[in-house]
Ligand binder design. Structure first.
Ligand SMILES: NC(=O)c1ccc[n+]([C@@H]2O[C@H](COP(=O)([O-])OP(=O)(O)OC[C@H]3O[C@@H](n4cnc5c(N)ncnc54)[C@H](O)[C@@H]3O)[C@@H](O)[C@H]2O)c1
Length: 417
């Protein structure tokens, strides 16, 4: 029930009532080309695949603070007073269930709207009860979960994450290596609820959860919403690589003043974010194939907590590149963005696409949704695809495949027919 979640929920309400437009949402505004370019077939994406209608969505949340949606949105400081008031009644009716929380995993937060149960398995069962109650009371057919909770401290996957059996035993003995976000993920998957992870902590990016998702026939996706600086990076880096321009260094820094920024001020939480942000260039530039161009670049990422900016992040990038005969050049980016405004449409799209995937019988890691993530989950042994445009092509081709349309490869074969 933080900045991203409340901005998403209020946004859906405002859009449904015609007060605002779903800018940034592929499911609401995107089109998809079908057949040859000369066919002139580009239906709206939501007419092409049977997505749930946003009119039919209902919302629930968990949080360690008892604030209702209106109070939480007001404190998050993202929406204008005008939008907040327009959505007041809707937001105020959303009251969070008590959270599964462990201060060891998010050091900067303290709240007492939390579940107290015996073991971590008991906590998972309590979450499953919440899901069932929500579905029953609102007479819902299906649910989808998106983790919009705080970033948890960095922990690499260990023995307890290696198999479902080890994980369930770990839940029963309350293994310290099982994070709250993983308990939510477990409860959702056991309830048949598709789950996307918007934060960089593991949550479900480990073998036990992939096994559970496959067993339950549930689609999953993650991790870490690709919004500001990394989104920009995955647009620009493929451009440098396409022209085989070299890179000496890429220095990225941010100032951010929301609660997410405060949580990330803790070095252990930042470590989760850093790992997620640093991987991107390596995979796009492929230094092993181009050692002279990309073998020795410096990549630095910093996030500085600076309260005056609130949710309005400023991200600077300095890129030291080199061209023909090794001559140096520079690119500077100063992106004055709004974190939650960029993230909210991603949450909506993930809800609708995961729900579609579940109805289409797709389960396990949904790589075609890599488009939305900084650190995309992949099938075991595969490296992730980070190039935004390849990701978009993969997403749209998956939709074409679902509907039995020809995949578009941009090979221009129509000239040879
Ligand atoms: N906004 C973006 O552009 C963006 C991009 C990528 C990732 N993210 C990630 O999305 C997440 C949400 O971001 P935000 O700006 O909304 O942060 P936020 O701090 O405003 O909201 C997080 C909420 O999660 C709650 N929370 C923490 N642990 C919880 C638990 N165990 N159970 C239930 N609730 C819990 C907090 O109380 C808070 O209300 C963060 O992890 C952030 O790193 C955001």
């Amino acid at each position: 029930m933080g900045a991203v979640a409340t901005t998403f929920m209020a946004g859906v309400d405002l859009i449904r009532r015609g007060v605002a437009q779903p800018v940034g949402s592929l499911t609401q505004l995107g089109t998809i080309r079908l057949g040859k370019r000369t066919d002139n077939r580009s239906p709206a994406l939501r007419d092409f695949v049977p997505l749930a209608d946003i009119e039919h969505l209902d919302f629930a949340a968990w949080d360690l603070f008892p604030d209702d949606g209106y109070t939480a949105a007001r404190k998050a400081g993202v929406l204008s007073a005008e939008h907040l008031e327009a959505s007041r009644e809707f937001l105020a009716a959303i009251k969070p269930f008590p959270a599964v929380f462990d201060p060891g995993y998010v050091k900067r937060l303290q709240g007492d709207h939390v579940k107290r149960a015996g073991s971590k398995m008991d906590l998972a069962l309590a979450l499953m009860d919440d899901i069932q109650r929500f579905k029953r009371e609102r007479a819902l057919d299906r649910c989808v979960a998106v983790w919009c909770g705080s970033t948890e401290t960095f922990r690499p996957p260990g023995a307890v994450h290696a198999s479902l059996q080890a994980f369930e035993e770990g839940l029963r003995r309350s293994d310290d290596d099982i994070a709250p976000s993983a308990i939510y993920a477990y409860a959702c998957l056991r309830s048949g609820v598709p789950y996307a992870n918007g934060a960089p902590n593991l949550s479900l990016d480990f073998p036990a959860m992939v096994e559970l998702a496959r067993r339950e026939g549930v689609p999953i996706a993650g991790k870490d919403f690709k919004t500001g600086q990394t989104w920009m990076k995955t647009i620009l880096a493929p451009g440098l690589k396409a022209r085989l321009l070299g890179l000496d260094g890429w220095y990225s820094t941010n100032i951010l003043g929301n609660r997410d920024g405060e949580v990330l001020d803790d070095p252990e939480a930042f470590k989760s974010k850093e790992v997620s942000k640093l991987g991107v260039l390596e995979h796009i530039l492929q230094p092993h194939l181009h050692p002279t161009l990309y073998g020795r670049y410096h990549h630095v990422v910093r996030i500085n907590y600076y309260p005056p900016r609130g949710d309005n992040k400023e991200g600077w990038d300095n890129i030291d590149l080199f061209g023909w005969l090794g001559y140096p050049m520079q690119i500077k980016i100063d992106f004055l963005c709004r974190d939650s405004i960029l993230a909210a449409p991603i949450v909506l799209d993930l809800c609708l696409f995961l729900d579609l995937a579940a109805r289409a019988g797709m389960s396990g890691v949904q790589e075609w949704l890599s488009f939305y993530f900084k650190s995309p989950m992949t099938a075991p042994g595969l490296y992730p695809e980070h190039d935004l445009f390849i990701q978009l092509m993969k997403l749209k081709n998956t939709l074409r495949w679902m509907r039995g349309e020809d995949l578009i490869t941009h090979l221009g074969l129509e000239y040879y027919d």
